[in-house]
Structure formats: structure tokens, C-alpha cells
Write a protein of this length. Structure first.
Length: 318
């Protein structure tokens, strides 16, 4: 059964009526094909008009949709000969960060990402995509491995942010994130990052300081969650929609600000309505971003990547 967001209730009602009519037909009742077609057209029209004017807060809800394709969905669909790598060689394996080696369109690559999980069991196992220090140290290890063997890096980011627990801070969360960002910037190989859902704070930047940064149309990328921003500025988490509006966290906002390089269109109604189509679109955009980078040497890649992020800082201060 499809999960509908609050602002999708009118769409849910129409699709519910369509399903009821279909059951009537299946049970041997009257032919309702004409009425089903009329309601389907109405539902599509309503879906189109709703998604054409989503607010930043509504886009945040879509980015968090539980049925949205997750990192491992992309890995299974796009990466062949997949060999996962585990552990940070220091403390433990963090399941929120997944990584390994495989082939993308026949080319050997290193792959990283944050995995939220698709059901209760997997969400708990992956800690809802919120990594602890060992997750970022694992990411750093894989990035360094990729540099050593000349493997392009692909990352798929979907996290509310790094895990904020006391034990994570005790084990050096901030240092681990900073080292992971450093590894991103120092990697002597092409690096393409894609924000597939939430790109939350340093926990996202740690896997997305890349040569090319892509965002899905209804994904978000921000320094803090709207709820966190609202609780700080207004002392009221209920002001999250206001915060989302002010934070400029949508793909369109970030493309306009030159903080990301391309926006990948989603199917009508969001990625969760047609995961296969979404993954195919991401595959094409990742390859378009990666292919020209393959001709560049490591020193050029590092210099261009460094300048890219320094320029973001200059623009922010201007």
C-alpha cells in the first residue's frame, strides 16, 4: 500500500476511489472502465499541479519519503561485481555508511553512501542513515584505497546528519568528519557525488565534497535540518516550514547558488513512484558527469576540486 504525505491527501482519495472501482470490476460487477479513466486523468492532473508548486518544506517531506529509493537500491541496480568493504580498521564497522568496489558501466569504481534502510529492521540496523565516527573513517579508508588504485569514486548521500550521540562525540565525531572531507578533497581520482534524499550537515558533506555534485529534483541539502534550525532560532520545532523556506535547501536553490552542479529530474510524484526510472536517470547523469573527468590527471583534479570549494566560500562572503 502506497504511503501518502499529508499534502497528498486529495490525491490519495482519488487513487483510493480508483482502486475501489477496480475491485468492483474484478468482482464481476458493472464495467467502470470509463469512470476509472476519468478519475485517473483527474488524479494525474492533481498530482502534476501539486508537484509543480511544492514548498521547500513539502520537498523536505518528499526527500524523506520512506519508499524513496535508498543508497543500496542504487548500488544493486547500477554496480556490477559489487564487493562490499567493512570496518574502519580501528574500532568497528558502521552500517550507516556502506562502501565497496565494483563496476559502473564496465569501469572499476569505488562506491560510498549513507543507507537509511527500507523497513523497521533495516532502518535500525543502519541507524537510520546517521553515521558514527567509524563510518566516516571507513569512508576515508575506501577513498584512500580508491586513490591508491586509480578508481573513480561515486557516492550516494541520504542522511539527516551524523549521529549526535554522546558515544559518537567521545570517539571523535567532528575529527572523523573533517578527515573524511579532507580525503574527499585530496583524492587523486574523479569523484561524483549524488544527493538522493536528504543531504544533512557535515554528515553529508563528508561524502559529497566531490568534483561534481548532483541532486535529485526533490532532494534537499542543508547545514542543519529545518527542525533543528527552527528549534534554535524560534525555540519552536513547529516553525520548521518557515525555516525550510529561509534555508534555501532545495535543488533549484542550490543550483542557482552554484553549490551543486546539476539537478536530476524525478518522475511525476517523486522518485518513490517510479524507482527504476529514477535510478536510470541518475545513472545517465552520473556517467555524463564522470566521463569528462576521466581524462584529467590527479593533480588537476585536486586543484580544480580545491578551487571549486574555495570559490563557494568567496561567494558566501561576497
Amino acid at each position: 500500500m502506497r504511503h501518502f504525505l499529508d499534502f497528498e491527501k486529495p490525491i490519495a482519495e482519488l487513487e483510493g476511489k480508483i482502486e475501489e472501482l477496480r475491485r468492483t470490476t474484478d468482482a464481476g460487477g458493472i464495467d467502470v472502465a470509463e469512470e476509472v479513466a476519468r478519475l485517473r486523468d483527474k488524479a494525474q492532473s492533481l498530482l502534476r499541479s501539486t508537484y509543480a508548486k511544492l514548498s521547500p518544506w513539502q520537498k523536505t517531506l518528499v526527500a524523506r519519503h520512506p519508499e524513496r529509493p535508498k543508497c543500496l537500491d542504487y548500488v544493486r541496480a547500477l554496480i556490477t561485481e559489487w564487493t562490499p568493504l567493512a570496518g574502519d580498521r580501528a574500532f568497528a564497522d558502521d552500517a550507516a555508511v556502506v562502501g565497496g568496489l565494483g563496476r559502473f558501466r564496465g569501469r572499476a569504481v569505488a562506491v560510498l553512501g549513507t543507507e537509511k534502510g527500507n523497513d523497521t529492521e533495516s532502518r535500525v540496523r543502519h541507524n537510520f542513515g546517521m553515521a558514527r565516527p567509524e563510518g566516516y573513517r571507513k569512508a576515508r579508508r575506501i577513498m584512500e584505497l580508491a586513490g591508491r588504485f586509480g578508481l573513480p569514486i561515486l557516492s550516494f548521500v541520504d542522511t539527516a546528519g551524523a549521529f549526535p550521540g554522546i558515544e559518537a562525540e567521545a570517539r571523535g565525531q567532528a575529527e572523523a568528519i573533517a578527515r573524511s572531507i579532507e580525503a574527499c578533497l585530496e583524492a587523486p581520482v574523479p569523484f561524483v557525488a549524488t544527493i538522493i534524499g536528504e543531504g544533512g550537515s557535515g554528515g553529508a558533506i563528508a561524502l559529497a565534497s566531490a568534483d561534481r555534485i548532483l541532486m535529485l529534483e526533490h532532494s534537499i541539502y542543508s547545514v542543519i535540518s529545518p527542525e533543528g534550525c527552527a528549534s534554535i532560532l524560534w525555540r519552536d520545532v513547529g516553525e520548521a516550514p518557515t525555516a525550510a523556506e529561509a534555508m534555501k535547501l532545495t535543488a533549484e536553490d542550490l543550483l542557482r547558488l552554484n553549490l551543486v552542479d546539476a539537478v536530476v529530474p524525478e518522475p511525476l510524484g517523486g522518485a518513490h513512484r517510479d524507482a527504476a526510472h529514477t535510478i536510470d536517470a541518475v545513472s545517465a547523469e552520473v556517467w555524463n558527469a564522470l566521463e569528462p573527468l576521466l581524462a584529467l590527471d590527479g593533480a588537476t583534479l585536486r586543484a580544480r576540486r580545491r578551487e571549486k570549494f574555495l570559490e563557494m566560500g568567496r561567494n558566501a562572503m561576497a
